[in-house]
Design a protein around this ligand. Structure first.
Ligand SMILES: Cc1cc2nc3c(=O)[nH]c(=O)nc-3n(C[C@H](O)[C@H](O)[C@H](O)COP(=O)(O)O)c2cc1C
Length: 398
């Protein structure tokens, strides 16, 4: 790993050097990921954490009125096992490609500056000074080391990497909700290659508008659902298949409503159910469920989702779709970041209502619009969440 000396006079930031870590032509990468081509054999994933320079330090307890950065990161990104696979945020293949830098302003338990976060040790490395104009509070910048995900998914990795980043942003956003002491603002606009996404935490008493350095607006979705508890965020896991048993219409409605609101108009949403009547349902403007199409979709979904047979028996499959074939790179980034963000919130909402849930992110030839008889190339499945009411452990003992 080589390090570029940072203009702001710090210890410098690592520069990625592996071919897999160069940003791709995203339009071509997505078209290839959506094709029937199989990925090749696994390649080395490299280290689970970026090699931040210099010594590490703990994140201190906050003083009165300070931002509790330690708890925010513990509830969102910190690993709970030594390999780093288990974290409050899910990740395709548990490969966790997302890297985290903190831009710390006034009112935080760390001196203002830029820091690299080590999720395995829950410690930070000081990288340099904070940029001029850094607002009070802290901004979490999410960038990626693609090689970790490429190691297993090959050419299918890029949509997963973007979805993973959306999930990480959601985990940070939910951590602020669970603590209830600070407002979190999101940048998921897809405009920048790096960092791909940002979450700004205001100081506990400040909730007025803060703008990111590129001048775009932060957005803050006002979700109707209540805040999760810190314990629920730490306990979040993706339920292992099989996930059978159809969730009730009320639960499907609540999960769809969460996803629709969280995706801020970026994508369309529906759910495939098998029982009592196979159909695709969506949320009507009045908040009720209505039929989008009749018929059994789950076996086709299983084939489209990298031939994961268990999806054909899932109780329901929530689907985010859109992101047309002619989308440019910012739109591709925005759609996938938003889908990851929304599916994460939907997963937490589903579990709060009872059902088990598991994200499903690898989709090939999944032109849902074409399958429903609308023009092809416009409504591709971008992300999914399998839902079931029957816990595998209960099945074993019954
Ligand atoms: C973007 C994304 C895509 C995923 N796709 C799949 C999938 O296609 N099939 C599957 O079984 N699990 C999938 N998962 C779930 C991961 O395998 C799971 O998050 C990971 O193993 C870590 O386990 P945990 O969520 O219980 O912490 C996906 C997760 C994410 C975030």
């Amino acid at each position: 790993m080589t390090y570029a000396q940072e203009a702001s006079g710090g210890l410098g930031r690592p520069t990625a050097h592996a071919d897999e870590d160069r940003p791709p032509d995203l339009v071509t990468a997505l078209a290839r990921a959506r094709s029937a081509e199989d990925p090749g054999p696994d390649t080395p994933a490299g280290p689970a954490v970026r090699a931040w320079p210099g010594p590490s330090r703990p994140i201190p307890e906050p003083g009165p009125g300070e931002l509790d950065l330690r708890a925010l990161l513990r509830l969102s990104l910190a690993a709970s096992d030594r390999s780093g696979r288990l974290r409050p945020a899910p990740s395709a293949g548990a490969l966790h490609p997302v890297d985290t830098e903190l831009v710390v302003g006034a009112g935080c338990p760390l001196p203002p500056g830029r820091y690299g976060y080590d999720p395995l040790r829950h410690r930070v490395h000081r990288l340099g000074r904070e940029p001029d104009g850094t607002p009070p509070g802290a901004t979490v910048e999410l960038s990626v080391t693609p090689r970790r995900t490429v190691s297993h998914y090959g050419h299918r990795a890029w949509p997963l990497i973007l979805l993973d980043t959306g999930h990480a942003a959601a985990a940070l956003w939910l951590a602020a909700r669970a603590l209830g002491t600070c407002a979190a603002r999101l940048r998921l606009d897809g405009l920048a290659e790096s960092p791909l996404a940002e979450v700004h935490f205001d100081l506990p008493e400040r909730t007025d508008q803060v703008r990111p350095r590129d001048g775009t607006r932060w957005t803050d979705p006002c979700l109707g659902s209540g805040a999760p508890t810190p314990g629920a965020l730490l306990a979040r896991r993706s339920a292992p298949p099989p996930l059978t048993g159809t969730p009730s219409r009320d639960v499907l409605r609540a999960v769809l409503a969460t996803a629709v609101q969280a995706s801020a108009g970026e994508l369309s949403w529906c759910a495939a159910v098998g029982e009592p009547q196979p159909e695709l349902v969506e949320l009507a403007p009045d908040g009720t469920l209505r039929r989008l199409a009749a018929g059994e979709a789950r076996p086709t979904l299983a084939v489209w989702a990298a031939r994961q047979a268990w999806i054909a028996d899932a109780g329901a499959v929530l689907l985010a779709y859109g992101c047309p074939a002619d989308a440019d790179a910012p739109r591709i980034r925005r759609a996938h970041l938003r889908a990851g963000f929304a599916v994460h919130l939907a997963q937490v909402a589903a579990v709060r209502h009872g059902p088990a849930a598991r994200p499903v992110g690898s989709w090939q030839q999944a032109d849902l619009g074409a399958a429903l008889g609308t023009p092809p190339g416009r409504d591709w499945i971008v992300h999914g969440l399998a839902l079931g009411t029957t816990h595998p452990d209960e099945e074993k003992t019954s």
